[in-house]
Design a protein around this ligand. Structure first.
Ligand code: NAD
Length: 296
């Protein structure tokens, strides 16, 4: 069993840390939130007062932080992960961040001889709690092989996407598909409504026809057809509008930097920004159907 330093115990990191504890690993945990730390300590982790304490004398460091600037600030500097972890430590970053920031974090780690992977996650808070996350991993074959047993305790699909940054690239491409699809599915339901077509009937047809997609069959944006979808609980997240907006922004930044053309992704970003600016950033991202229905 491994000694792990775990930094970032939020909606995703908290339950992921608990699954590592359940698998028998020893965890030293650090977060800016005292409540988040207390919860992990209750589950069996040891409290660290600083990043340096969390990462000293461990085999692995796992970070699950909001954005690239947080990851780089936690990795870098005299009080950071890279300056304080023991030689040979494997660094696993499961935050969703810019491809460039992921490569920069990996470079900082590799310059000091650490193994490093970007390993962003898909599956939401339910997947984090159930230990069924999908990990998209960027890094060398050797670093992937080192990280895999730790990721196995938190997820059920562990995919090696390529070199450093490839995990983040897979994550933002996938979520761009999801953002665009959710808007397309929502438009179809609103058109059906105006045409007098029952929502359940559209679902019955499209879920068996060429309109079939995850946004429809697993996360239907109107109440009724999929009992577990947030539409049946007043669009409480789930996966918040502002999280989707963050991922669509990352996709557009990467698109501009790489010369790709992603007009549907750009439009999805604009529509989610509009919906967020209306005060809906905390709603589930499927609630965008309400804006398309003419609601504020
Ligand atoms: P969150 O805001 O709930 O948790 C982030 C945690 O990091 C908080 O507890 C915060 O206190 C802590 N933190 C921030 N800065 C810190 C620092 N400098 N040092 C120590 N702790 C610090 O966010 P989340 O929902 O857990 O998401 C985490 C990451 O996972 C994000 O990058 C997000 O995009 C990604 N993600 C989230 C979901 C989801 O459904 N929530 C799904 C897939 C991926």
């Amino acid at each position: 069993m491994a000694n792990i330093g775990f930094i970032g115990l939020g909606n995703m990191g908290g339950p992921m840390a608990e699954n590592l504890l359940k698998a028998g690993h020893a965890l030293k945990v650090y977060d800016l939130s005292a409540d988040a730390v207390a919860k992990a300590v209750e589950a069996g982790a040891t409290k660290a007062d600083t990043v340096a304490q969390a990462v000293s004398n461990v085999n692995f460091v796992v970070t699950v932080l909001p954005a690239g600037k947080h990851v780089l600030s936690v990795y870098d500097g005299p009080d950071g992960v890279v300056a304080n972890a023991a030689p040979g430590t494997i660094l696993i970053d499961s935050s969703t961040i810019e491809v460039d920031a992921a490569r920069k974090a990996a470079d900082l780690a590799k310059a000091k001889g650490f193994g490093a992977v970007d390993a962003p996650i898909s599956g939401g808070t339910a997947g984090a709690a159930a230990g069924t996350l999908t990990f998209m991993v960027g890094g060398s074959e050797a670093d992937f092989a080192s990280a895999e047993p730790i990721l196995d305790a938190m997820g059920s699909n562990i995919i090696h996407a390529g070199d450093s940054g490839a995990g983040q690239a897979a994550k933002i491409c996938n979520n761009m598909v999801l953002g665009v699809n959710m808007i397309a599915v929502s438009e179809a339901f609103m058109l059906a409504k105006r045409l007098g077509l029952d929502a359940q009937k559209l679902f019955d047809v499209s879920s068996k026809a060429s309109g079939q997609c995850w946004a429809l069959t697993s996360y239907c944006p109107v109440p009724g057809p999929v009992p577990t979808s947030p539409a049946n609980r007043d669009y409480q997240p789930g996966f918040a509008v502002d999280m989707m907006l963050k991922d669509l922004k990352l996709a557009q930044q990467a698109s501009a930097a790489s010369g790709a053309t992603t007009p549907m992704g750009a439009l999805a970003e604009s529509l989610y920004a509009l919906y967020s600016n209306g005060g809906n950033g905390g709603m589930d991202f499927s609630a965008i159907v309400k804006m398309l229905d003419g609601e504020k």
